[in-house]
Design a protein around this ligand. Structure first.
Ligand SMILES: Cc1ncc(COP(=O)(O)O)c(C=O)c1O
Length: 408
């Protein structure tokens, strides 16, 4: 047995390596008005951590509850660690980097969680995985399902960006658009697995999603020459990615490979700021999320409690930005770094721009800062409507070329 579970709220341990979703006692208190309780943390056994510690180089497989028998069947990372020189100069942060998870196979960070849940399904002889998604997790699970021959049942808000839905259909998933919010789709997908079986991959509800997401921290550690950043800016909706980032560093620390944690900075839109409120004021109430950054538009964050406590434990903080700053940041990223990021991902950069002065006062301008750019902008080009215009076509003639203005 490589692991056991622990309730993130009451601390109770569950010594099984079977499939578990939540602590039954704590989950029984959930009433839909406050952040849910009872999410489970996967704890690796001592010998797994010792084996990882003895290696010259580690990979996520060394820390997965379900290691991959065939990592090349759907490679998850290593994603590029970009040093955006023009943005470093603009912000006066010479050690800034961008982790480009937009380069994962389905175009978002969500491949990381989906891969580990697929391994869980295969280990338990399950062929069907159901989930709810704002779009990216569904596309990622559908892509992994296609590569591994699994059946994916996907509940998404009907308003999700069309490219994300098309992707999932193309990968062969059973896509069920829901006339409701992401939170509605979340609840329906849980009902679906209760009624029809299979594994439920809902973010944080299935603790293996956090375990998959932690791979980014293992990757960063090796990519940075066995060092870790001083601060990581993470876009936050449900709070599962940021918990995964925290868990990866925490596992590295338990293995004795690092002796501190980076500051985790939770980046949200002002129009979907539930977890920021929890970090700042211990406020665990539902919000009405209206942000254009669809992937981080969440009323009731599925992993809000765990995310808020990990951010605090790291000495980090929350930054919220208006939607306009998110949309402006997309254009900064394209024009100064050549990176096309979806709004949710651009939120992490928008938060860094806003927080720059505070960051420097806390950690100094030489701090090693990583921004997670979690999803590609190609999936949601509608976000640029009204902001980009394609110039009119010219006649096919040399005269028309001569008549062009100078572009110098
Ligand atoms: C591109 C992107 N960034 C950030 C997030 C936020 O992750 P979480 O909901 O785990 O906080 C998501 C979630 O869907 C996403 O798709």
């Amino acid at each position: 047995m490589r692991f056991h579970y622990r309730c993130s709220d009451c601390g109770k341990e569950f010594r099984t390596d079977g499939i578990m979703y939540q602590c039954p006692d704590c989950a029984a208190e959930n009433d839909g008005t406050r952040f849910p309780k009872g999410n489970l943390i996967v704890e690796l056994e001592e010998e797994v951590l010792r084996a990882a510690a003895s290696k010259e180089h580690v990979t996520p497989d060394d820390f997965y509850p379900y290691p991959s028998p065939d990592p090349d069947s759907y490679p998850v990372g290593i994603t590029p660690l970009m040093r955006p020189r023009r943005i470093q100069r603009k912000l006066g942060l010479p050690n800034l980097s961008f982790k480009l998870d937009s380069q994962l196979i389905s175009g978002s960070f969500k491949d990381r969680a989906s891969y580990e849940v697929a391994l869980q399904a295969i280990a338990h002889g399950e062929r069907k995985i159901a989930l709810a998604s704002t779009g990216n997790a569904g596309a990622a699970m559908s892509a992994v399902g296609a590569a591994m021959g699994l059946d994916i049942v996907l509940f998404v808000p009907a308003s999700a960006p069309i490219n994300k839905l098309m992707q999932s259909v193309l990968y062969g998933a059973h896509v069920i658009p829901v006339k409701g919010t992401y939170d509605d789709a979340f609840a329906l997908s849980i009902e679906y697995t209760k009624l029809f079986g299979g594994i439920n991959r809902n973010t944080a509800y299935n603790p293996m999603t956090i375990e998959g997401k932690k791979s980014i921290s293992i990757e960063l550690f090796e990519q940075m020459g066995r060092r870790i950043p001083d601060a990581v800016y993470v876009p936050v909706g449900d709070g599962c990615i940021i918990a995964g980032v925290a868990k990866g560093f925490s596992d590295l620390r338990k293995a004795g490979l690092i002796d501190r944690l980076p500051r985790l900075i939770a980046c949200q839109s002002e129009a979907s700021d539930a977890i920021s409120r929890a970090i700042r004021n211990d406020d665990f109430r539902i919000v009405s999320a209206t942000t254009r950054a669809d992937s981080i538009s969440v009323d009731l964050p599925a992993n809000g409690r765990m995310a808020a406590s990990y951010v605090r434990e790291s000495g980090g903080w929350a930054v919220t930005v208006p939607d306009q700053a998110i949309l402006d940041s997309q254009l900064v990223l394209t024009s100064l770094a050549g990176v096309l990021a979806e709004p949710a991902a651009a939120c992490a950069y928008a938060a860094l721009e806003k927080d720059r002065g505070h960051l420097i006062s806390e950690l100094g301008a030489d701090a090693e800062v990583a921004v997670l750019l979690t999803g590609t902008g190609f999936k949601d080009m509608k976000a640029f409507d009204g902001r980009v215009s394609i110039p009119p076509a010219i006649e096919n003639s040399v005269e028309a070329v001569r008549a062009l203005p100078s572009f110098d």
